[in-house]
Design a protein around this ligand. Structure first.
Ligand SMILES: [Zn+2]
Length: 241
């Protein structure tokens, strides 16, 4: 194989893998934000249950206050019942008393409902807090993995820069100029494999004469259509096909 072609294939590999690394690096902040959003969502679920508990407690205190007032009123009625003089007064007082007793019963029922609801809210809080804890641990693990990935990518990019300068030093200035010009115009992809008579990147059929030259890998040939530098992968047993 032509030495420049060999070097340019290698240069393309270095550039393409550095490109992938940079793209992944650019995705990391969004991945980190997504983790933070997940943590915030779980924390909000816990806060929501706590708010409902506080509201239920306030309602319960209000019910207890009302119940105490009703009980005071009832004992007042019972006191007055002893002092009534007429049957009519007695019946009226009895009606008041019965009404107060009914109110008390209904308040007591509601307090019981509240106690049951409080139990299920407490269970809900416990499970939300357990889920939060588990999620926080999982998120911490994922954050560590992202940090480690960032470090690895930075290291890969440093190695790629070194590999690039070493490879560039081995290419002739003319071949390098073609590579850089095509790469600049083609989103960094300057080298393409030719296979079955086609450029595998732009998929345009090569003229038979060009393809025959490309198959020899002994010169810098460019695709007529996309101008990429073409090479031919010689597979075992495929030679001469
Ligand atoms: Zn092409």
């Amino acid at each position: 194989m032509h030495p420049d072609l060999q070097q340019l294939i290698q240069l393309q590999e270095v550039d393409s893998s550095a490109d992938r690394a940079r793209r992944r690096l650019a995705e990391l902040p969004a991945a980190e934000e997504a983790l933070k959003a997940r943590a915030a969502e779980r924390a909000a679920a816990v806060a929501g249950v706590k708010e409902r508990i506080a509201a239920a407690q306030a309602e319960r205190r209000e019910l207890e206050k009302e119940l105490a007032m009703l009980q005071a009123r009832l004992s007042k009625f019972k006191g007055q019942l002893m002092e009534v003089k007429t049957n009519k007064e007695y019946q009226a007082m009895q009606k008041e008393t019965a009404g107060a007793e009914q109110d008390i019963r209904s308040h007591e029922d509601r307090l019981l409902d509240h106690m049951e609801a409080a139990e299920s809210l407490a269970a809900e809080l416990k499970s939300a807090e357990t889920a939060l804890k588990a999620e926080q641990a999982e998120i911490a693990r994922e954050e560590q993995a992202l940090d480690a990935e960032r470090v690895a990518i930075d290291r890969d990019l440093q190695q790629a820069a070194l590999a690039r300068s070493e490879t560039v030093a081995r290419v002739s200035p003319e071949a390098l100029a073609i590579f850089e010009r095509v790469a600049h115009g083609r989103k960094g992809l300057a080298v393409a494999e030719a296979r079955d008579g086609l450029c595998t990147v732009c998929h345009v059929r090569l003229r038979p004469q060009v393809f025959n030259e490309v198959r020899r890998n002994d010169a810098i040939n460019q695709c007529d259509s996309c101008t990429r530098i073409l090479y031919f992968k010689v597979l075992k047993g495929a030679e001469g096909c």
